[in-house]
Design a protein around this ligand. Sequence first.
Ligand code: AMP
Length: 147
Amino acid sequence: MDRSEVPMGDDTTIFGKILDGQIPCHRVYEDEHTLAFLDIFPLSPGHTLVIPKQRVAALHELSDESAAAIGRVLPRIARAILRATGATAYNVLQNNGAAAHQAVFHVHFHIIPRHGDAGLGLGWHPTALGAEAAAELRSRIADEIET
Ligand code: AMP
């Protein structure tokens, strides 16, 4: 199987099947709300996925409880990966939506230790933020934040 054959879906995603025990994974951590396991197509040795047990596709759909649980374990798992692999740098990548390169529609965080330049390539093409646009966007986003 190559990466293009990775199944998609919602509550029937490949990660849902891992949670249900229908397919195996290389588990590194599990608690009531989260599971972490090795990515089977790793970008580098130690590439790990951290998922909530809540079955939603995108980060913004997570409950506060799931979000808090993920936030609590991410640094802990990152520390373990650094110690276990000897890497000193890593990327945390979290894709939402096909246009953002999401292939499995169950929220997941990639922790990707860096061993030189191999594996993950990032295209980063910044533009300028004008004062007027900044003021308008800042206020539009701030007004939408749920408290
Ligand atoms: P994304 O593009 O962010 O949706 O990435 C999905 C990731 O899931 C890819 O890096 C895949 O290699 C990984 N993946 C797909 N199926 C499995 C599986 N059964 N076990 C572990 N990782 C998987």
